[in-house]
Design a binder for this molecule. Structure first.
Ligand code: BES
Ligand code: MN
Ligand code: ZN
Length: 495
């Protein structure tokens, strides 16, 4: 998607479609063309008296400034804020432009107040024009080839607008890359492919990288990834990516991602209905990988590690069985009660590695439980943790970018339900209640001593089955923006 900035008045920027966003509190536009201004006023009146249910659209016969104008009203989208709505409207304007083949699109954000919103419009454009059409014969290259979005911004904020454009283009591109990896099927993205992708990214943005294959995992005692991958023809990998800041940093953030490239459930096989969705069970690791790619250029003032725990969970003669047990690196033994609770088993290796690397802050991100989807639905992720500050920071970063997290409690008394006579811990809780919480309690047993920890359960927003906000149906790349923001702002005080 070609995005340009312009700092001259609307009348000096002829386009095919001009988009204007109206809000109750803020005015984002300044229009120096009376005919256009009249349309915007007519739209505003229609929105206020509720005679318009969606956008205002008009073609402008013979006008030089624009062939058509589209006006949106932010209060109409109730559950989100202006920042989110601007992204949604940018996406909608661009799709409208595609359908009517209006190649030059202008978005008016030239009021002084609108300066901080330029990045959000860029994000709406990049995320809103993404489609995963790789495996379809019919493709539309309108956004890739013909379309140009010109964001009209205030001339006093030129440098600021350029900086926001660059930052949001880059991060949004990484969100889209994460979406692609999640949308790709399990036959295309195996743990080996995942590791190869990480290697390329490390070279591209100059991160250190280390890949542990099964031999190395065995030698180092990372049993979880090996046990989960034991039934697969595509054996597991652990990938470690490292960003070191120029100035020495006393804090180290470890981002640990669940990378199950396909989760059949293993011997505790899942029912067939919607099992295909488990090609997305590596969404946590994808978020970490592309957050690391983004951070590789942003270079925040803090050491950041990305640890990807990749395996394929398949049933086979070599697969782990319910009742098997193994010992984690911290000495705790685990009885594998249900092989479908595999995410926590690969993550415990990642948590161990975070400890070995001296991480002071550990954030794991995983499509971990169906229970969190039942609790919070498909649009909100769960968060649990041992450190107030870290949990609040993640929630704040999510709020900054339209990725909602809701905290669930680590209920101490539920720890009882992880007891078994056969090992130190059972891999799942007896009784089956509060599955997202008991999964968190299980993981907590493997968090390195003294490290602040937050666990992000993104099973809900892994995929959308239909269009949502500025996203097409499919993977959202959920978590990339939050993790990038968290690391970028790590030195900022917590407001
Ligand atoms: N990957 C699944 C969780 C999941 C479910 C993600 C739906 C996205 C959408 C995970 O590995 C799993 O199978 N969890 C089990 C755990 C159970 C066996 C304790 C679950 O949630 O049913
Ligand atoms: Mn599973
Ligand atoms: Zn899983």
């Amino acid at each position: 998607m070609n995005v340009k900035l312009s700092f001259t008045p609307v009348s000096q920027n002829p386009v095919d479609l001009l988009a204007v966003v109206l809000d109750d509190e803020k005015t984002l536009h300044e229009i120096d063309d009376p005919a256009l201004q009249a349309h915007v006023q007519r739209a505003a009146a229609a929105f206020r008296d509720k005679s318009l249910k969606r956008e205002y659209y008009a073609t402008l016969e013979g006008a030089k400034v624009a062939k058509a104008v589209v006006v949106y009203w932010s209060p109409q989208l109730k559950s989100w804020n202006l920042w989110e709505n601007l992204k949604t409207f940018t996406a909608r304007a661009l799709r409208l432009a595609r359908d009517y083949r209006l190649a030059r699109v202008g978005l008016v954000l030239n009021a002084k107040d609108a300066a901080p919103l330029v990045g959000k419009a860029v994000e709406g454009a990049v995320l809103g024009t993404y489609t995963f059409d790789k495996y379809r014969q019919e493709k539309d290259d309108f956004f890739a080839k013909d379309a140009v979005l010109t964001i009209l911004a205030h001339p006093d904020h030129q440098a600021d607008a350029e900086a926001r454009k660059a930052r949001y283009l880059w991060v949004s591109e990484n969100v889209n890359r994460a979406r692609t990896l999640v949308n790709e099927p399990g036959n295309a993205v195996t743990p080996e492919v995942f590791a190869a992708e990480a290697g390329e990214i490390a070279r591209e943005v100059e991160l250190e990288v280390e890949v542990l294959d099964p031999t190395a995992l065995q030698a180092k005692g990372y049993a979880g990834i090996l046990r989960v991958g034991a039934g697969s023809a595509n054996p597991g990998r652990m990938v470690i990516l490292r960003h070191g800041p120029k100035k020495a940093s006393k804090e180290t953030i470890a981002l640990v991602g669940k990378g199950i490239t396909f989760d059949s459930g293993g011997i505790s096989l899942k029912p067939g209905d919607k099992m295909w969705e488990m090609k997305g069970d590596m969404a946590g690791a994808a978020a970490v990988l592309y957050a690391m790619r983004a951070l590789g250029k942003i270079r925040p003032d803090v050491k950041v590690l990305g640890i990807l725990c990749c395996a394929e969970n398949m049933p086979d003669a070599g697969a782990q069985r319910p009742g098997d047990s193994f010992t984690a690196k911290n000495g705790k033994s685990v009885m594998v009660d249900n092989t479908d609770a595999e995410g926590r088993l690969v993550l415990l290796d990642g948590l161990a590695r975070a400890g070995e690397e001296g991480a002071t802050h550990v954030v794991d991100i995983a499509t971990l439980t169906g229970a969190v989807v039942r609790a919070l639905g498909p649009s909100v992720a769960g968060i649990l943790g041992t450190d107030r500050d870290l949990v609040r920071r993640v929630i704040r970063s999510g709020e900054n970018h339209g990725e909602p997290f809701w905290e669930l409690p680590l209920v101490e008394e539920y720890k009882e339900s992880l007891k078994t006579p056969y090992a130190d811990l059972n891999s799942i809780a007896a009784g089956g209640l509060a599955g997202a919480i008991t999964a968190g309690l299980f993981l907590r047993e493997f968090v390195p001593n003294g490290a602040a920890w937050a666990h992000l359960d993104i099973a809900g927003p892994m995929f959308k089955d239909k269009e949502w906000k500025y996203f097409d149906a499919g993977a959202l790349g959920f978590g990339v923006k939050t993790l990038v923001d968290l690391c970028e702002r790590f030195r900022d005080p917590l407001a």
